[in-house]
Design a protein around this ligand. Structure first.
Ligand code: ADP
Ligand code: MG
Length: 284
């Protein structure tokens, strides 16, 4: 007799089959951040999920920030940390530290973890292969060197993704060679749009877009671009660049953008390979 656990395992695999078939060869851009990046067991779970995606024939592209780590290192160096409307006020010294932490630590850690789980990854920033052309933020007078991505050149990504998992740190340089901090949600939306990815998935620390940010039960599970654009004015904090990034992705031809709760173990696989449909899905 076949043990029931073995049958259950096979059934789980079979349930995933339609999704595996649908996603084969498709590009999925994943914005990585929040709890999934700061908790050790979630970090490992995330790496396992991404490696599995690559093994079943998807083309995962990771974009990450590093807010908490950057703040920690700035404090160690005795630097002042200030935010205006969710944007880090960035003088040249802040950008220097942000870039060092983002590339030297956060990016390197993600790459190592993916390597260790069996799929080689390659880390890069907006500078590598001239991936991002960056210009100043409209509010540059107050926020300093916070960049806006003016153009994404996906050529380098396509080369890397043919064999490796690209892991992108959200930083870049303008034509004059000045470095900038770039919001990682914004970067992920631009990259997804430029690649015309099949999906863009944003991991965060809340259930998704909430009608009332104080009420975790008020999840908006699906919204069209019109609804998102209409509701944007009332959204504050880090959810705003995330929703804007969903719009940017969809405008670039992405099929759907998902904001999901990265505090849940294996949130990525739950979203992609089950009917559960967690979080907020933004559609054209
Ligand atoms: P991440 O690391 O995912 O970028 P952020 O802190 O930048 O996290 O963005 C998510 C935050 O946005 C939430 O933790 C929440 O405090 C805030 N927020 C503001 N308005 C909303 C809303 N309407 N729905 C959900 N979150 C919101
Ligand atoms: Mg954020």
């Amino acid at each position: 007799m076949t043990p029931p656990e073995a049958i259950a395992s096979v059934e789980t695999l079979l349930e995933a089959l339609p999704y595996i078939r649908e996603f084969h060869g498709r590009t999925v851009v994943i914005k990585y951040g929040g709890a999934a990046m700061s908790d050790e067991s979630l970090r490992d779970g995330f790496a396992t999920d991404v490696v599995l995606l690559k093994y079943v024939g998807l083309n995962p592209v990771i974009v990450h920030g590093g807010g908490a780590d950057i703040t920690r290192y700035m404090e160690r160096l005795g630097m002042e940390v200030e935010f205006i409307e969710g944007v880090r006020v960035s003088d040249p010294e802040t950008v220097e530290v942000a870039k060092m932490v983002l590339l030297g630590k956060v990016n390197a850690d993600i790459v190592m973890r993916l390597n260790r789980h069996g799929q080689p990854a390659v880390g890069l920033s907006g500078d590598d292969g001239a991936l991002f052309a960056v210009g100043p933020h409209p509010n540059a007078e107050r926020v300093g060197f916070v960049g806006e991505i003016e153009r994404v050149d996906v050529d380098v990504l396509n080369h890397i993704a043919a064999d490796y998992i690209p892991v992108i740190a959200s930083a870049g340089t303008d034509r004059q060679g000045r470095s900038y901090n770039v919001n990682a949600d914004t970067a992920a939306g631009k990259v997804a749009g430029a690649l015309s990815a099949y999906k863009a998935v944003f991991l965060t620390d809340v259930a998704g877009w909430l009608a009332d940010p104080a009420d975790p039960g008020s999840l908006i599970s699906q919204a069209g671009v019109g609804e998102v654009a209409g509701g944007l004015g009332a959204v504050a904090g880090g959810m705003r660049p995330k929703l804007e990034a969903c719009l940017e992705a969809i405008r670039g031809g992405v099929g759907s953008a998902h904001i999901i709760d990265g505090r849940r173990p294996h949130a990525l696989l739950l979203e992609l390979f089950t009917k559960a449909g967690i979080g907020t899905m933004v559609t054209p």
